[in-house]
Design a protein around this ligand. Structure first.
Ligand SMILES: Cc1cc2nc3c(=O)[nH]c(=O)nc-3n(C[C@H](O)[C@H](O)[C@H](O)COP(=O)(O)O)c2cc1C
Length: 192
């Protein structure tokens, strides 16, 4: 979607491949809170292969190049992370690792980019440990992480309708507030 010059664009990525991903549903809900001045465009890690230097040597895959370009053109990045074994799920880390190849692209794609983390899980932890595990990665990529109040969402199984809509009023309010705060941050910390 073409954006007007005053409009901010945030790319949203959920770190799960499954169709009924709670984090995918959370990203859908987050996108609904973007609004005209700050649109949240949903992108996907589907189709990104497992990282293998032999594949890289043969040429960066199209899915990777396409996503690198979309992030490079964006004003901000929203990572919606599941939590596996108190850390980052492999498929999500793999996708971000690919986006940093070759290393010369890091400045164009990630440097000074405002980045926010949110996430949910069915258990009591709500993705908090995974969010913390992302911080050294965000630092390595020279991003500007958003350090507003963390949005850690437990009990994902109770929060969404059968059709994948976020229905829990408290979570909706928290998400709306978070997106509002992040949009403000993106505006104030624009990378150019
Ligand atoms: C290998 C594996 C490890 C997991 N470890 C955790 C964990 O440490 N903390 C947690 O809250 N949930 C954990 N879970 C449960 C996930 O939060 C749950 O599968 C969730 O639905 C994944 O996110 P998604 O719905 O977006 O796919 C784990 C799931 C898997 C498959």
């Amino acid at each position: 979607m073409a954006k007007n010059p005053k409009q901010l664009k945030i790319i949203g990525l959920a770190g799960s491949l499954r169709e009924k991903s709670f984090n995918g549903m959370l990203l859908d809900a987050a996108a609904g809170y973007g609004g005209r001045a700050c649109i949240i465009e949903i992108a996907s890690i589907q189709g990104i292969p497992l990282y293998n230097q032999d594949v890289e040597d043969a040429g960066i895959p199209k899915t990777v190049k396409g996503l690198q370009d979309r992030i490079a053109e964006a004003d901000g990045l929203l990572l919606v992370t599941p939590e596996y074994n108190h850390s980052i799920p492999g498929v999500f880390k793999n996708a971000i690792d690919w986006l940093t190849r070759p290393p010369e692209v890091i400045d164009r794609v990630f440097a000074k980019l405002p980045v926010a983390l949110i996430g949910t899980s069915p258990g009591p932890g709500g993705s908090g440990m995974a969010q913390l595990a992302w911080l050294p990665v965000l630092q390595t990529l020279k991003t500007q992480p958003y350090f507003g109040p963390m949005l850690i969402i437990p009990k994902a199984g109770d929060l969404f309708s059968k059709t994948g809509k976020l229905t829990d009023p408290k979570t909706k309010n928290q998400l709306q507030g978070f997106i509002h705060g992040f949009c403000q941050f993106v505006k104030e910390h624009h990378r150019d």
